[in-house]
Unconditional design. Sequence first.
Length: 253
Amino acid sequence: MPCQICRAQTRNVLTKEQNISCGDYFEGRRLYPEDRGALALMECISCGFARFEGMDRWSAEEFAERIYNADYHLCDPPFLGARPRKLAAWLASALPRQALVDYGGGEGMMAELLRASGFDAVSFDPFYGDGAPPAGGSPVVTAFEVVEHAPDQRGLFRALMELCDPSGIIIFSTLLKPAQLQGDWWYASARNGHVSLHSPESLRLLMAEFGLSFISLSAEMHVAARDPSLLEVTGTWPAIAVNDPPSATYRAL
């Protein structure tokens, strides 16, 4: 199983039952009791990119049935409201009022909140609703907690770039993993749909392949642009923590 990013060899660094979720680590207990069998997390020995073996071959229908179903909120409670509110407030404090496309925005709460504060914001999510993606050319494209859910990383960033104006920016979040995992990691949980996990090096390689300059504001928040000068303004943006670390104690292995 070669690495999706750099094509180097991969190794099995973690085997975890696929119904274990990130939420288990916050609650300190199993939220989904059914055992659906284990999946191997394959990590690149060169760039550190990791993905759960086999999930990249799931169909959209399988993801909808196994992951993005009526019980999804259990594994990620902030998805329903707390995270959209936090991110909308952060964007409103960092950006001038302008057009914005939120890719993977779920039911669209963040875009709705941004519109209320003066943005021309729209939401598009392949797993929610049946609308077509908006026309490209937006000065700002956001993709919060989306990257780790995409089995096809090149397809995802190609879609984000198509939505973004050549002189625009892409703001995205995904928690970067250590270069090499040692033991369990709460963010590596298949039940959340966390298929693809980047290290700093694998993200750098992917951005370079697309001709994007990028800056990591933290281990989880990143900004990319074709024009590197557009990233200078990020130095004035306030800090934000998208995900708080788990406070409970849970052993998955």
